[in-house]
Design a protein around this ligand. Sequence first.
Ligand SMILES: Cc1cc2nc3c(=O)[nH]c(=O)nc-3n(C[C@H](O)[C@H](O)[C@H](O)COP(=O)(O)OP(=O)(O)OC[C@H]3O[C@@H](n4cnc5c(N)ncnc54)[C@H](O)[C@@H]3O)c2cc1C
Length: 481
Amino acid sequence: MTENMYDVIVAGAGMAGLLAAATASKGGAKVLLLDRNDRTEVGKKTNWGWVCGDAVASSHLQFITSRTGLDFSHPELNNKVDGVYALSPDLKSKFLFEGEGYILNRPKFETKLLEFALKSGVEYLPNFEVERPLIENNFVVGVAGKDAGKEHKEFKAKVVIDALGIATTIRRKLPENPYVERDIDIDDIESTGRFLYEFELDHEDLNFYDPKNAIIHLNQEIAPGGYGWVFPKGDNKVNIGIGVQRRSLGIRNEKLKKNDNLHSLMDEYVRTNPVVKNIKPFTEGHNGSKGYWSVAVRRQMESLVFNGYLGAGDSMAMPNPISAGGIGPAMVSGILAGENAAYAVSKGDVGIDSLWKYNLEFNNLYGKKTAALEVFRIYLQSLNNDVINYGMKNFLSPSEAESLSYGNVPELGLASKFKMILKGASNLSAFTNLLHVVKKMKQLNELYSRYPQSPKEFMAWKGIVSREMADVKEKFKPNPI
Ligand SMILES: Cc1cc2nc3c(=O)[nH]c(=O)nc-3n(C[C@H](O)[C@H](O)[C@H](O)COP(=O)(O)OP(=O)(O)OC[C@H]3O[C@@H](n4cnc5c(N)ncnc54)[C@H](O)[C@@H]3O)c2cc1C
């Protein structure tokens, strides 16, 4: 049975979907927001709960405030941090990764966004499982799924915004098309898990718990192909977890003759933290204190639009390829997708040409740096702990590393290091490779600065991006140990 015609259907009421729905509605569209969760659990990602590190840069929150007028404070913001620091495996080098930010109370944050969406006039249908897009004449024209009573239902709209997160049942079921790919390479996905713990501080050691900063441990034995994190939530509470690349984990296990999985690595990471002691799980409205989920760490899908279709947030692989931070891009893209959907509907043209403006706006505000960051991530995954230790000490100054983490490529400092004496063949090759990586990052930044102005130029451009990325993956294979 096909129900009601809407201007815009937003599938998924997470960070991206809630803001997309609110913005489209404020833009004058008749909006239906669908999500499988009950209203009391808005934003819950999986049965495991609101699984996330919950850290977000202040700049993203400021952007949301500037575009929506929404202000954030306690209780949806748990704790302010001065920055996010990445530590080398030997803990001797520390690089600032991202500036000031907040650790969120995710359930409260998303409840606030839902209230905003409802006030903006959005029609909200919780407990609805989205199973697939409805397709007519190569256009997405709605979605099909099951309601709370497990009854099959179809809803039609002029435009569908896919905000279903990484396991999206819409993008993965789009008609075969040259714009939005349906699959993501498994090597571009991190398996992650996090705990929420109250603890007693055994002694002070800012390398393992820092009440004022979020810390990240780069360590290919502890978190192969990813990293561990300790994010302070205030009042001796912590969000602690790890992310791993499955392929790196397999290589690491084989080399070390171990049989670890994400669960055992997470337990070990918490057990070996020397300062976080006498832990007690807390939930703060979450479903349990332990949870697992996946994050894509590649550039966002090259096109975020198709006929009658826009994607936002994790459904489009938007998290930062190095930090896996996806809250910011999910919220930014949600707002832009909502605005563009409403605009296209008002013009009476929801074809890919008309929706293309969203690609350009997202690329300009955020997306243009992610391909370069993906290159750096692939390089990082090819280094063992010794080389990471050496490289963080000798290859880059903290300010060069910080600018790399934002996707900007440093110029002078690196060239001058040609003169330095590098100890060990593996370090020399890692440094030569870094120079190659920096060159690739520049090329990709340049390519993304020439993001195609319309679908017509897209295929040629995408061909170059795909070749560049394939080259990088061919040259740098995961090699954690
Ligand atoms: C362990 C972990 C740690 C992380 N740490 C950080 C961090 O510290 N900082 C940061 O910025 N990012 C972090 N991220 C990434 C961040 O959580 C995501 O990028 C962000 O939640 C994306 O928001 P979204 O709205 O796109 O998707 P989601 O939050 O996944 O929301 C998707 C919504 O769609 C609903 N849905 C899904 N499928 C269906 C369906 N078939 N039918 C109906 N509804 C459906 C879900 O219930 C959910 O409400 C982390 C991720 C993980 C897994």
